[in-house]
Write a new protein. Sequence first.
Length: 112
Amino acid sequence: MELRCHCKNVKISVEKPTEITECNCSICSRYMSLWGYYKPSDPKIEVGESGVSSYSWGDRELNFIRCSKCGCVTHYETKPGQAKPTIAINFGMARSQVTDVPVRYFDGAKEL
């Protein structure tokens, strides 16, 4: 499937997830994200001329990536050196395409 940020500067091509995660931690609840998890080699991420920027907080193990033009959070990546390298795609950009995918609720407000 294909996901794009609002201005179409960032394009992500990836297999439809079998499960997505909704987290209520302080950052995910603000982003209203629905995460699908992949190996770093799985998604194809294309970034246009406007580029992307990143944000890291807390334990600084993750880089949240957003379009530099429209500000959409498109995905996050684990930083180098993490035990399990992961890319999490924000399926909040394609909610209508994942209505049939089971949602796992993660209580990040309690766990993190």
